[in-house]
Design a protein around this ligand. Structure first.
Ligand code: MRU
Length: 353
């Protein structure tokens, strides 16, 4: 699943999802980097399973995947009932929305697809397919633009620390935080990338490192608990992360472990950048308190590779996202521009444009 030869090929060598015209082909991210395997989804149930089970993950990638899922759902519903298909489609939209609760890009994409379905007269598939492709292409373009904007904030000779995976795999392509890192590296501003391994799914070790190694960008992994000590050594100047949902006051939900990086960054005078398209901003949620935080199965912590490693009898607490208060964020980089020291007024101005 290589990207066709184009100027955008640099530092963007992989697509997590490809619409074949008939099915949605997903790169199975659970098996990377050891195995490159694909799952072909021919109906919406398979797409819902893929999102819930982490075949595809990362907020923008989930949104793009859901948009293609709506095409598959509408195809089946229209074939079954060319008159009442819209009502039946609502059940699929609800099931897609429930697949993962924190990433707002999911319901953002579903709202866009619902609007197209509502306006369609006659056979809706061409319009829906066009809309899904557009959501995908717009995400890549937004990432390219954010990459350039974010890179200007980074001085030469910088070390950066990132968390989870925010690259081509987590988005339509190129990446959010990893997009900024790619652009800044290409501009000669970044010397070295440090990546948290990101327990328990190891998105940093398996996916971010895989993407950066393919790009020839030097990367060192660290255990999730090592970030503060790394900062203490003076090795990083920016923490650069993505987001699953940004509240109206600038509070930022992201992969569990992001919040303690932000606390440590402030203590050490390291700056903290969040990179996310405006499809990640949820102005309907006042603050981080209103963001639903997904909790996943205890087995994700108690087992490794399906084998129990924790002491028998131990339980687990497994929230998979946390919220970093806006006061700890130095910059939110979006495709509409950069918000420094975010607050409600600045977020409203950004979203009003
Ligand atoms: O559980 P995941 O792998 O879907 O979590 C992904 C993240 O937390 C990313 O940082 C976020 O979605 C932004 S991806 C551009």
């Amino acid at each position: 699943m290589t990207v066709p030869n184009s100027v955008d090929r640099d530092f963007d060598n992989v697509r997590a999802m490809v619409w074949t015209g008939d099915t949605l082909r997903l790169l199975d991210q659970r098996r990377l980097p050891a195995v490159t395997a694909f799952i072909d989804c021919a109906e919406v149930g398979a797409v819902i399973d893929a999102i819930r089970d982490m075949v595809v993950r990362g907020a923008p990638a989930i949104g793009v995947t859901a948009a293609y899922g709506v095409v598959l759902a509408a195809r089946a519903r229209y074939r079954a009932d060319p008159v009442g298909w819209r009502e039946a489609l609502e059940a699929d939209l609800r099931a897609l929305a429930a697949a993962r609760p924190t990433a707002i890009n999911l319901s953002w994409a579903l709202d866009r697809m619902r609007a197209v379905a509502t306006q369609a007269t006659g056979e809706p598939l061409v319009a829906l397919e066009t809309a899904a492709r557009q959501i995908h292409e717009e995400d890549v373009a937004a990432n390219r633009h954010m990459g350039r904007l974010g890179a200007t904030l980074i001085d030469s000779g910088t070390g950066v620390l990132t968390h989870c995976n925010t690259g081509s795999l987590a988005t339509g392509g190129f990446g959010t935080a990893l997009g900024v890192i790619r652009s800044a590296y290409a501009a000669g501003r970044i010397d070295h990338v440090f990546a948290d391994e990101t327990r328990p799914w190891l998105q940093g070790a398996r996916l971010t490192a895989w993407e950066l190694v393919q790009d020839g960008i030097p990367v060192s992994l660290l255990a999730d608990g090592a970030g503060a000590w790394l900062m203490r050594q003076g090795k990083v100047h920016w923490v650069v992360v993505g987001s699953d949902r940004i509240a109206a006051n600038g509070d930022v939900a992201n992969k569990i472990g992001t919040y303690h990086l932000a606390v440590a960054a402030r203590h050490h005078g390291v700056r903290f950048m969040v990179v996310a398209p405006t499809s990640t901003v949820d102005m309907a949620v006042e603050s981080g308190r209103g963001i639903p935080i997904e909790t996943r199965a205890a087995s994700e912590l108690l087992e490794v590779g399906g084998r129990r490693v924790a002491a028998q009898g131990a339980g687990a607490w497994n929230p998979v996202f946390d919220v970093t208060p806006a006061a700890l964020v130095d910059a939110i980089v979006t495709e509409r521009g950069v918000v420094t020291q975010p607050d409600r007024a600045k977020m409203e101005a950004l979203m009003a444009d």
